[in-house]
Design a protein around this ligand. Structure first.
Ligand SMILES: Nc1nc2c(ncn2[C@@H]2O[C@H](COP(=O)(O)OP(=O)(O)OP(=O)(O)O)[C@@H](O)[C@H]2O)c(=O)[nH]1
Ligand SMILES: [Mg+2]
Length: 448
């Protein structure tokens, strides 16, 4: 859903990021392009206005730093503003209490009942909180309680409701169950209306006052468009929201309107629904979205993936080797093995910043090539692997024969190795100035 806004802003920012000199004219031009692309992505017009004004003010007011290019500096300003637009890093929900009480509110059909089950399943799996109670407090729609009961059964949660129309009483009685039974999570599913009306607001106001809710989440349909900002505002003023859950992000909404809710209300977007099934539910990552919008690739995911396959200590050792230029073919081989454990290379490539830009996102890495590289290195003596420079013509011939590949292939590998060694050394140095620490990544993608 956020692809459209990401692509549009990315192309605008990319243009200016590489710019060495920034004049008032090209700032104006870029701001205009930002404004257009945000409006096209359905971002609320007032939000766009504020956003652009804030970027402009900072861009004009900041003195030029020597260490980075003006384009980079400008990108940083946009990134900061984007973070305040989308929100800071998000952990979803604090579940450190004995019992976490969560109330879901929202318009009719926004996805509250489905989300009650999704949230339960998520907390059960991700937080290892097995004792879940879902409370059916929608007394307006006839089939609502039955729907929730079924979902509760599906996710292995308990269900509570009463056969009358007093939603407040149902919630209070459900809460008093806690005196005798321990639950980790209680989710209260409330009724929705087509439009925000007084009765509905009053009901959820009283429920909220009667029970010490830890979270009040607005469940908002991302297809709602521009109206979503007003909806979020009204609910927030009435009951004080602690978070927003965006549903139906798998649809074709442009996303901008939904994202505007956070900027207008200050209430963070916590989770998003990505499909009808109970497991189609994820934490919302504003920081990752901001990075991907600015074409930085899903660098955090990449780093996490790398961290899983390689310990910090190993990474440090590798980096040290790069810096001291003692990195040899044995390390190269080790590195390759680590990379193999990280999954398909083309998937990793997609996550590298700017990969799409370089046309790398569709590159299929030939696993056969990798095997050849491995075969060549394995045909070398340990001494040759440690000191590739001793490989003269006759040694190369021997290696080629040993692995059954032409000498040219051996030469190609050595050339690649030398190039990547040089490049990694350069990147390792940049680390000292606080630039991206690519040196810590064990995979030398470009080397193959
Ligand atoms: N594709 C998709 N469908 C969803 C998602 N979340 C909910 N739905 C669907 O949206 C419809 C409405 O969901 P409900 O959970 O019944 O919505 P509600 O807010 O409880 O509705 P009321 O109780 O009538 O106010 C159902 O058909 C759900 O399957 C989502 O993330 N993606
Ligand atoms: Mg419902």
């Amino acid at each position: 859903m956020f692809d459209a806004i990401s692509k549009k802003l990315d192309s605008v920012i990319r243009k200016i990021r590489g710019t060495g000199i920034i004049s008032e004219a090209n700032i104006e031009e870029t701001l205009k392009a930002i404004r257009m692309s945000m409006l096209e992505a359905d971002v609320n017009y007032k939000v766009v206005k504020d956003f652009v004004a804030a970027v402009k003010e900072k861009a004009m007011g900041e003195s030029v730093l020597n260490a980075v290019s003006p384009g980079q500096q400008f990108t940083k300003i946009v990134h900061d503003e984007l973070t305040s637009f989308l929100g800071e890093k998000n952990n979803g929900i604090d579940t450190s209490r004995t019992t976490t009480l969560i109330m879901l509110v929202g318009l009719q059909g926004s996805g509250k009942t489905t989300t009650a089950a999704k949230l339960g399943l998520y907390l059960k799996n991700e937080r290892k909180l097995p004792r879940i109670l879902l409370v059916g407090a929608d007394t307006y729609r006839p089939a609502a309680k039955e729907q929730l009961k079924k979902l509760a059964g599906m996710i292995g949660a308990d269900f509570y409701t009463e056969e009358h129309n007093d939603a407040i009483k149902i919630c209070k009685n459900a809460y008093s169950l806690l005196e005798t039974k321990l639950y980790d999570i209680v989710v209260f599913d409330t009724a929705g209306r087509l439009h925000i009306d007084e009765d509905m607001i009053k009901e959820i106001e009283i429920i909220k006052k009667s029970i010490p809710m830890n979270e009040v989440f607005l469940v908002a349909d991302s297809m709602l468009g521009q109206e979503s900002v007003n909806v979020a505002k009204s609910f927030n003023e009435a009951v004080g929201l602690t978070g927003i859950i965006l549903t139906k992000t798998d649809g074709d909404a442009r996303g901008g309107a939904a994202l505007s809710m956070k900027y207008v209300t200050g209430v963070p977007i916590k989770f998003m629904g990505t499909g009808e099934k109970a497991d189609r539910f994820e934490l919302f990552h504003p920081d990752r979205l901001a990075s991907s919008i600015l074409g930085m690739g899903d660098i955090i995911s990449l780093v996490e993936k790398v961290q899983k396959s390689v310990t910090e200590e190993e990474a440090k050792k590798t980096e040290e080797k790069f810096r001291k230029a003692t990195f040899n073919l044995e390390d190269f081989l080790e590195q390759m093995k680590t990379m193999k454990n990280m999954g398909p290379l083309d998937e990793l490539l997609k996550m590298i910043p700017g990969a799409a830009n370089m046309g790398l996102d569709n590159v299929k890495i030939d696993e056969k090539e990798l095997k050849h590289t491995e075969a060549i290195i394995l045909s070398m003596t340990p001494k040759e692997r440690r000191r590739p420079e001793i490989l003269d013509d006759s040694r190369k011939k021997r290696v080629a024969k040993g692995c059954g590949l032409p000498v040219e292939r051996v030469n190609k590998l050595l050339k690649q190795f030398n190039m990547s060694k040089k490049m990694m050394k350069k990147m390792g140095k940049k680390t000292r100035h606080g630039k991206p620490n690519f040196g810590q990544m064990p995979g030398n993608f470009r080397g193959f």
